[in-house]
Structure formats: structure tokens, C-alpha cells
Ligand binder design. Structure first.
Ligand SMILES: Nc1ncnc2c1ncn2[C@@H]1O[C@H](COP(=O)(O)OP(=O)(O)OP(=O)(O)O)[C@@H](O)[C@H]1O
Ligand SMILES: [Mg+2]
Length: 347
């Protein structure tokens, strides 16, 4: 992999100024610090993950890098162009942002691709060929000639993805691209992203709040929380950082009182109720008690008796493989699925 830096971000800060309505004719000025000094770089040919819960600042960062939004302070370079060279920056990026809103609903999918291809100055012949290939690749034949307003959310999402590929740009920025896709289609889209990266050496920024997506796809992952990068490395290294701990996953009915009691046991670092989604992307969500401890064998008897005394019904106990979710929980004490949208601070 060549080490040319395709994206360089230095100390980006974004403060949103908005008004909060406090009465029928009254409002208050508010500030939200969406990015609080974010720095990183992305090498050519890398899939770089931005992993963080709702409200972490992922979309804000992508909007700045695609020149849709001005930062409050800080600088960035995209394909060696600074953000004020917005034409060149835009030409360097295929972006999938704002989900379904990136399409004209009264046009057909094919017409949308035609339109955006022309906007990016893709020559007519190349454009036609590319559109046919994309429709084929994403299995959009059946819907390509229908107006977008008749599409399901998943179909719109796939068409927005096709749109991001229309200018064959060296950099792709994908903001939660699998959001409304079903399990099978989400997996297929990730596969296409991976193939695109490998065969065409594309540089990709992939935003998600699903840790299994980041683990499966990304060469390096920045974990972002409350507008700050709190960890950045390749997924294996991030997980190795937790290796000194054991993680037990306990399924069953666990009252809050039982979780609290386990949390206070000697040898237990943390006990949190998390939601399990299988790595194969199944939509089934199961709550479980995740116990991070120094030595699982040593605490097991105490753990089981405490859970029993506090009225828990245990169905299954497993020693877990470390995931990026555990890395996040360990640093923040919260789950990735939590919503961290800032309550606005008035000034
Ligand atoms: N236009 C805006 N005006 C005021 N606050 C905003 C605006 N856009 C975003 N925010 C706030 O900035 C913070 C970061 O939002 P952002 O959309 O970047 O997060 P995100 O990581 O993309 O979240 P999600 O996973 O929900 O898409 C949040 O607290 C959000 O409420
Ligand atoms: Mg977002």
C-alpha cells in the first residue's frame, strides 16, 4: 500500500450556532460543539472507519471534508487540495451523504445517474457505460427506469451509493451507507466497498455506529465520541489494548440491581447491559450483561451467586471475543448504541 496521504485533517473544530425556541416569540442563542479538535490522516488505498454513536460528529466531519460546511477552525487537505479549493476537492470525492435526499425523486434512477454524471463532466459515452455497469453491479435493473419516489428506502440507498461512484473519484466518503438496507443487502454493499477498495485502490472513509462493520471493513478505525477522537488504530491493535481483561457475556433476565451488584464485585472492572447483534449482520438484538474483569475463572462463583441473590435468571454465560464495542465501553463507560447528541448549551 502506497503511503501517500489522501486526506489530512488538522485540529478541526465545528461549533454550530443555532436558536432554541423558549416561547412563542422568544428564542435563545445556542452553541453545539460538534467537533472539538479532530486530527488524523488517511493513506491512499485505505478504508478508514469513523466509528461513533449518534451525535458523535461523524456527519459534521464528512460535510466539512466535502466542502458542504465550513469549519469554525482548523484545516484539512483532500487529495492534496485545501478546503478552499472546493472545485478540486469536490472532483476528488464520491460522497454518499444525507441518505435518500441526495436524489431527485421525480427523476428515474437512471436519469439521476445521468444528471450527476454530467454534473461531474463525465463524458457521455463513458457515462452511459458506467451507469450500465453500476446498475448491473448493484442489481438495480428492475427499478432503474422508475422514478425514485416509487423506491423503497433500501432501493434509494443503493441508488445513492451508485451516485457516489458515478464520477469514479479516487476518494469515497460513505456516511452510514447500510443504514436502511436489510441484512443481506448490507453485506453485499460492504463486499462491493471492499472490492472497490482492493481492485481500484480507492481511499475510503466509512462512517458507522455498527462496530462489526468497522471491524469487518476498515484498515484503521478512529473511534469518535462527543466531537473528539478517543482512539485510533487498526481494529486488532485497538482490541489487543484490552487483552489483559476477560469479558463475560451473560444472557438472561438481569435486573438493574443485579447489574449494580456485579459492578461492585472485587475483580470486576465494569458491568454494563449491552445489545448483541451477531457478526453475520442478523437484525436480531439481544440484551446481555457484559462483565469486564481481571480473571473470569476467579470471579465466576461470586458472580453467579451475586446474580442469583439479586434475582437474575441466567440462561447462558460465555467468555467473549473482544470487540470494538468493548473498546468503546472501556474508554467511555457507555455503549456505542447510546445517543450522545449534545443538549445545547445556551450562551
Ligand atoms: N445544523 C446543526 N445545528 C445545530 N447542531 C447541529 C447541527 N447539525 C448537527 N448538530 C449537532 O452536532 C452534533 C454532531 O452531529 P452529527 O450529525 O455530526 O453526528 P453523527 O456522528 O453524524 O450522528 P449520527 O450517528 O446520528 O448520524 C450533535 O450534537 C448534533 O445535534
Ligand atoms: Mg451522521
Amino acid at each position: 500500500m502506497s503511503q501517500q496521504k489522501m486526506i489530512e485533517v488538522n485540529d478541526l473544530v465545528k461549533i454550530y450556532h443555532s436558536k432554541r425556541r423558549t416561547g412563542l416569540f422568544r428564542s435563545q442563542k445556542n452553541e453545539v460543539e460538534a467537533l472539538r479538535g479532530v486530527s488524523f490522516f488517511v493513506n491512499q488505498g485505505e478504508i478508514f472507519g469513523l466509528l461513533g454513536p449518534n451525535g458523535a460528529g461523524k456527519t459534521t466531519l464528512i460535510k466539512i471534508l466535502t466542502t458542504l460546511l465550513l469549519p469554525t477552525s482548523g484545516t484539512a487537505k483532500v487529495n492534496e487540495f485545501t478546503l478552499d479549493q472546493d472545485k478540486q476537492v469536490k472532483a476528488s470525492i464520491g460522497a454518499m451523504l444525507m441518505g435518500e435526499r441526495g436524489l431527485y425523486w421525480k427523476l428515474t434512477g437512471r436519469e439521476n445517474l445521468e444528471y450527476f454524471g454530467a454534473l461531474y463532466h463525465v463524458p457521455k459515452k463513458v457515462r452511459r457505460e458506467r451507469i450500465d455497469n453500476l446498475i448491473d453491479l448493484l442489481e438495480l435493473e428492475k427499478i432503474a427506469d422508475r422514478t425514485v419516489e416509487t423506491y423503497s428506502s433500501g432501493q434509494k440507498m443503493k441508488m445513492v451509493f451508485a451516485r457516489a461512484l458515478i464520477n469514479n473519484a479516487p476518494i469515497l466518503m460513505l456516511d452510514e451507507p447500510t443504514n436502511t438496507l436489510d441484512v443481506k443487502e448490507a453485506r453485499r454493499l460492504r463486499k462491493i466497498v471492499k472490492e472497490h477498495n482492493e481492485s481500484e485502490n480507492k481511499t475510503i472513509i466509512y462512517c458507522t455506529h455498527q462496530m462489526y462493520e468497522a471491524e469487518e471493513l476498515c484498515h484503521r478505525v478512529a473511534i469518535i465520541d462527543h466531537g473528539r477522537i478517543i482512539a485510533l488504530d487498526d481494529p486488532e491493535e485497538l482490541k489487543d489494548g484490552l487483552e489483559q481483561s476477560d469479558i463475560l457475556s451473560i444472557e438472561g433476565t438481569i435486573p438493574e440491581e443485579a447489574r449494580f451488584a456485579v459492578n461492585s464485585l472485587p475483580g470486576v472492572t465494569s458491568a454494563n447491559i449491552l445489545v448483541k447483534r451477531s457478526n453475520n449482520g442478523s437484525t436480531e438484538e439481544k440484551p446481555y450483561l457484559s462483565v469486564v474483569c481481571e480473571d473470569s475463572r476467579q470471579i465466576l462463583p461470586d458472580l453467579i451467586s451475586t446474580l442469583n441473590i439479586k434475582g437474575a435468571i441466567i440462561r447462558n454465560i460465555d467468555k467473549q471475543e473482544t470487540t470494538l464495542e468493548d473498546v468503546f465501553v472501556n474508554i467511555t463507560g457507555r455503549s456505542l448504541m447510546d445517543d450522545t447528541r449534545q443538549s445545547e448549551t445556551s450562551n
